[in-house]
Write a protein that binds this ligand. Sequence first.
Ligand SMILES: Cc1cc2nc3c(=O)[nH]c(=O)nc-3n(C[C@H](O)[C@H](O)[C@H](O)COP(=O)(O)O)c2cc1C
Length: 172
Amino acid sequence: MYSSKSGFTETYAQWIGQELGSDVVKIKQARAKDLRSYDAVIYGGGLYISGIRGVRWLKRHLKGLDGKPVIVFATGASPPRPETIVKVRNKNFNAEQQRNIAFFYLRGGFDFRRLNPVDKGLMTLLKWRLLIKRRPNTDERGMLSAYKRPQNFTKKDSIRPLIRHVRQLRSP
Ligand SMILES: Cc1cc2nc3c(=O)[nH]c(=O)nc-3n(C[C@H](O)[C@H](O)[C@H](O)COP(=O)(O)O)c2cc1C
């Protein structure tokens, strides 16, 4: 299951589905009661100001999943630094959820042209903030160049740890 605005999460969701031979469903088409027929639930969403898009829906329905394994992956434009991953995990999951949900960060990308008008506005504000910085750091400089040219960091290899985790659930 996934939610994807500009397609990066969708790419990973399709790769994961192909690799595991599992159904791939957009969150808009998902119904909570249908999830019960699966052995495990994998949810992916893009990062929007460190929040994983759509993950609230999943958290609301966790109780109904009766202890089924739940795996969440987030895609963002940021490099996969351990401190970034910890920040995202802490922002989106409480301590109990962190114990029960396996979390993976997969680097997505950034494509200004594919954003809706609201996101374009938000990202333009961020661009101005970055432009007036005296000494932007490497990530900030990388972000600024992403406005000029779309950046795509999706790599099929990045799904390997998640796939390994799911396979271990199938045959512990
Ligand atoms: C308004 C906005 C906020 C964003 N916030 C973050 C963020 O906090 N961290 C990050 O790594 N990427 C951030 N991004 C980049 C997206 O997470 C990235 O493009 C992601 O791969 C989008 O996935 P999707 O196209 O599947 O929705 C943001 C993008 C937009 C438009």
